[in-house]
Design a protein around this ligand. Structure first.
Ligand SMILES: [Zn+2]
Length: 303
C-alpha cells in the first residue's frame, strides 16, 4: 500500500454514513489502534484488552448509549479493508452482517488489528500516523473537544492544532462567529461572561448546536455564544437546552467537588440568556439533534 492508498482508505471511513446520527465507533477504535502503533504496540490486540478502553471512550465521546455496541467496529472495520481478525474459523467465516456477540469475542479471545502491510507502513512512518489521526479527529469532533479525544486515546493532543482539511474543503461562513456573538451581545449564553481586553472579547466562542462535523449549518439559529468552559461542557454533552423553554438541563453524569460542580450546576433549570432577536433563537431541530446525539442522559430533575 502506498501512502496515498492508505490515506484514501482511511478517508473513505471518515464519511458519516448514517445521515445525522453520529457514528463514532470506527473512528474511536482506529484512533485507539493508531495510538498503539505509535507507541510501538503489537500488531493485533485481544478484544478483552480493547473492550474496557473502547467502552470508556464511547461513554465519554459517543452518543448516549453507544457503549452497548462497542464491539461493532472491531468486527465491521474488516469491510473497510483496514482491519484483520484472528480467532476461530467458526466466527471469522461469518458474513459481514453477522456481528459476533460480546461474549463470543471475549471467550474466544478474538484478536484484531491493522493488516500486516498497513501496520508495517504505519510503523515506518510516524508522520503518516499523525496525519491520519488528525484527519479522523477533525472529521468527527468539534474543535473544542479534539484535544480531549486525542489525549483519551493516548495520542499527542497537539495533533489537531492545524486547521482541519475538511473544514477548509467545505466552505465555512467566516462571519458566523461574529454574527453569533453579536446576536448574544458578546455574552456567554449560560453565565453571561463578557470579559474584554480593550474591545477584544476573551474566551468567548460561537458554538454550533448541531456540530459542523454533522453538517450543522453556519447560521445564527444553530449557534450560541458560549465562554470556553461552557462551550466544552456543551460539546461534551454535560448539558442541553430544551427547545420549548430554552431551559438548560444538566446530566446526572456530571459531578465534582461541591465547589466546582456547584458552580456549574447553579445554571440547572435556568433559562439560556436569550439572543437579542427572536430570529436568532436556537432552532428546535438543532436542539433536538444535540439532545439525541451529544447530551449524556439521563438529565437531572428540574424542580
Ligand atoms: Zn459561560
Amino acid at each position: 500500500m502506498t501512502r496515498d492508498d492508505i490515506l484514501q482508505a482511511f478517508d473513505r471511513m471518515r464519511v458519516w454514513q448514517r445521515g445525522d446520527q453520529r457514528a463514532v465507533h470506527k473512528p474511536l477504535l482506529v484512533l485507539f489502534a493508531l495510538a498503539r502503533v505509535g507507541a510501538g504496540g503489537t500488531a493485533t490486540m485481544d478484544w478483552n484488552d480493547v473492550e474496557p478502553h473502547l467502552k470508556q471512550l464511547l461513554e465519554e465521546f459517543g452518543p448516549d448509549g453507544s457503549g452497548s455496541s462497542r464491539h461493532h467496529p472491531f468486527w465491521h472495520l474488516q469491510t473497510d479493508g483496514l482491519w484483520q481478525l484472528e480467532g476461530p474459523t467458526t466466527i471469522l467465516a461469518r458474513p459481514p452482517s453477522a456481528t459476533p456477540t460480546l461474549t463470543e469475542l471475549r471467550e474466544n479471545h478474538v484478536r484484531g488489528g491493522f493488516p500486516p502491510g498497513l501496520q508495517g507502513a504505519l510503523q515506518r512512518d510516524p508522520q503518516l500516523v499523525a496525519t491520519i489521526a488528525r484527519r479522523i479527529v477533525d472529521a468527527h469532533f468539534p474543535e473544542s473537544i479534539r484535544s480531549d479525544v486525542l489525549a483519551a486515546v493516548g495520542l499527542p493532543a497537539d495533533l489537531s492544532a492545524t486547521a482541519s482539511l475538511q473544514e477548509q474543503a467545505r466552505r465555512r461562513d467566516p462571519a458566523f462567529r461574529e454574527k453569533v456573538l453579536l446576536a448574544y451581545q458578546y455574552r456567554c449564553g449560560v453565565c453571561g461572561h463578557n470579559l474584554r481586553l480593550g474591545h477584544q472579547p476573551i474566551g468567548l466562542e460561537a458554538a454550533h448546536i448541531k456540530w459542523f462535523q454533522a453538517r450543522g449549518p453556519d447560521v445564527v439559529p444553530n449557534g450560541i455564544a458560549l465562554c470556553s468552559l461552557h462551550h466544552k461542557v456543551f460539546d461534551l454533552g454535560a448539558f442541553t437546552i430544551l427547545p420549548d423553554t430554552y431551559q438548560m438541563v444538566f446530566s446526572q453524569h456530571l459531578n465534582g467537588s461541591d465547589e466546582s460542580a456547584g458552580r456549574i450546576l447553579a445554571y440547572h433549570g435556568a433559562s439560556l440568556i436569550l439572543p437579542q432577536s427572536r430570529d436568532y433563537l436556537p432552532q428546535p431541530e438543532f436542539l433536538d439533534w444535540h439532545r439525541k446525539q451529544v447530551f449524556k442522559s439521563p438529565e437531572r430533575p428540574v424542580s
